[in-house]
Design a protein. Structure first.
Length: 328
């Protein structure tokens, strides 16, 4: 069993553990996952993930949480061979201790000298350092809906670029939207590409309002899938893309894990820690101005910033230049 009940990107990063174990144990591997409801969609097409226990409320103690009690009861009927806890919060300590398993590993016991690198993926893989498990070539892994199904359902062209122009809190008017690229820039980018390139727009139903300037474009080569895909279908669509362009958000990590060439636009976040994970099965480029004040996430500067220049001044020309490198 693996415990990781974080946001979408955190869950994608944690799949590197599954990849490491699968490389070693092949088809003999079966994994249960304790996470958020997002994990159900992420792992829908993955035969290695046997069961997803959905945890709706992280903070509740075991005795008040039906979900946590269910996991503990399940483990006592059939103890796990291995339990891996990827949650740093102390709130998971009692659950970690209560679950029955022959061997247990937790990130909370990883020593500073064992951490494999600055990226969140390396941080999680560090839990395997010093064990018998092989992890050096591990990477996030996702399996999407079948390509033939997607091409038929969404009438996808043979070659296309995906734009994911939304971001969590992109509809806000304060620092919470600072990872977003201005919608006018996305609009200019789309219009620059459309004469020669098929574009597929993706996003959730909740993001549809903020994406209206893009989805309102009338062009034969613009394919609007905003609000049309579930997570398994999104994984598959991104995996088919010639390039995926997005910001520091969940779909950027999905794209990289699905093996798509990924162009991520970064400003306040540190791409060395939370960027799409680059490995031998994908190609990742980061478009960033690298201002002196960046990265600033999780510092007082982030909330105090009044201009968000790291994203607002990121030019369409710079993005197009990076895109050309990925497409050549």
């Amino acid at each position: 069993m693996i415990i990781r009940a974080g946001a979408l990107g955190d869950t994608v990063f944690a799949t590197a553990i599954v990849d490491a174990l699968h490389t070693q144990f092949k088809q003999a591997l079966s994994v249960d996952w304790l996470g958020t409801s997002l994990a159900v969609g992420l792992f829908k097409e993955d035969p290695i993930i046997s069961k997803v226990f959905v945890l709706n409320r992280r903070k509740l103690p075991i005795w008040l949480s039906k979900e946590k009690r269910s996991v503990v009861a399940h483990s006592r009927k059939q103890p796990y061979d291995l339990l891996i806890n990827l949650e740093h919060s102390k709130r998971f300590s009692s659950l970690y201790n209560a679950i029955s398993a022959r061997k247990k590993l937790t990130v909370t016991e990883v020593k500073a000298g064992q951490v494999l690198g600055p990226h969140a993926v390396d941080n999680m893989l560090s839990v395997l350092a010093g064990t018998e498990f092989k992890y050096l070539a591990a990477k996030p892994r996702l399996i999407g809906a079948p390509a033939t199904l997607l091409k038929k359902k969404f009438a996808l062209p043979d070659s296309f670029v995906v734009l994911h122009a939304a971001n969590s809190h992109s509809d806000k008017q304060d620092y919470r939207s600072y990872r977003s690229w201005p919608i006018d820039c996305w609009l200019s980018l789309a219009k620059s590409l459309l004469p020669s390139t098929h574009i597929v727009l993706v996003g959730t139903r909740e993001e549809a309002g903020s994406l209206l300037p893009l989805t309102s474009i009338k062009h034969a080569k613009l394919h609007n899938l905003v609000g049309a895909t579930n997570i398994a279908e999104l994984i598959g669509v991104l995996g088919l893309a010639r390039v995926v362009i997005t910001t520091d958000t969940g779909p950027s990590h999905i794209a990289a894990a699905a093996g798509a060439p990924t162009l991520a636009l970064f400003g306040p976040s540190d791409s060395n820690e939370t960027g799409p994970y680059s490995c031998e099965t994908n190609e990742v480029k980061i478009a960033s101005l690298n201002l002196d004040c960046s990265p600033c996430s999780f510092t007082p500067r982030f909330k105090q910033c009044k201009h968000n220049n790291c994203m607002k001044l990121l030019s369409v020309d710079m993005v197009l230049s990076h895109l050309k490198d990925l497409m050549d």
